[in-house]
Design a protein around this ligand. Structure first.
Ligand SMILES: Cc1ncc(COP(=O)(O)OP(=O)(O)O)c(N)n1
Ligand SMILES: Cc1ncsc1CCOP(=O)(O)O
Ligand SMILES: [Mg+2]
Length: 204
């Protein structure tokens, strides 16, 4: 069973809460509330609906970027990129109980995040995607294979989640590189039946 983190995104068919609900119904047990450009009030309103759904499904609920909101609503954690609060500062704010994920594009990014105390790595993009603007260079299968091997050689035990344009057919090859799981958004939201697609990915 593949460990999958669903990243919320609004489309012309579904809002943020719809996506989270469908991912959970499809068996996903890790939802990240990502609402780029939204106000804190808008994020809190979506979290007020999604966080109880995650609890009902015994799923992890993490917030993208916003450390103060993650603390305020007692989310399970936060995901931080290079332009967000540094992981070590977020750890001082949140403490050891929160999951803190960090974004990496290179092994050197992972070394830095490991030193700062991240609990997991979101590494990508696997391929081009329109879900995130200003993409870092494409990592690809070879990139994951190299990064995982360099992590092993360096004794860095952090779980790596691949992200960026990932669809069902990519999962076996990505997992064979040694990464622990994947993060997805569009492949589920743009499917004819998002719940069934999430279930198919979970069972991959
Ligand atoms: C699991 C995971 N990996 C990477 C990202 C990207 O986060 P970030 O660099 O903060 O970029 P934005 O998501 O803020 O555009 C993520 N959110 N989750
Ligand atoms: C948040 C994020 N970070 C790197 S790619 C990406 C978007 C993931 O969404 P999708 O699976 O639709 O490419
Ligand atoms: Mg971010």
């Amino acid at each position: 069973m593949t460990q999958i983190q669903f990243i919320t995104h609004a489309t012309d068919r579904f809002g943020y809460v719809d996506g989270a609900r469908m991912a959970l119904e499809g068996g996903c047990r890790w939802v990240q509330l990502r609402m780029k450009g939204a106000t804190d009030a808008e994020v809190l309103a979506a979290a007020a609906e999604i966080q109880p759904l995650c609890r009902q499904h015994e799923a992890l609920f993490v917030i993208d970027d916003r450390v103060h909101l993650a603390k305020q609503i007692k989310a399970d954690g936060v995901h931080l990129g290079k332009n967000d609060m540094p992981v070590d500062e977020a750890r001082r704010v949140l403490g050891e109980e929160f999951i803190i994920g960090g974004t990496a594009n290179t092994f050197e990014d992972i070394e830095r995040l490991y030193r700062q105390g991240a609990d997991y790595i979101g590494c990508g993009p696997f391929r081009f995607t329109t879900t995130k603007q200003n993409l870092a260079p494409i990592v690809g299968l070879e990139g994951y294979f190299t990064i995982v091997n360099r992590m092993r050689a360096a004794g860095i035990p952090l779980p790596v989640v691949a992200i960026g344009g990932i669809c069902y057919d990519d999962i076996p090859a990505i997992i064979r590189t040694g990464v622990r799981g994947i993060a997805v958004s569009g492949a589920v939201l743009n499917a004819a039946d998002p719940v069934a697609e999430m279930r198919r990915m979970i069972d991959a």
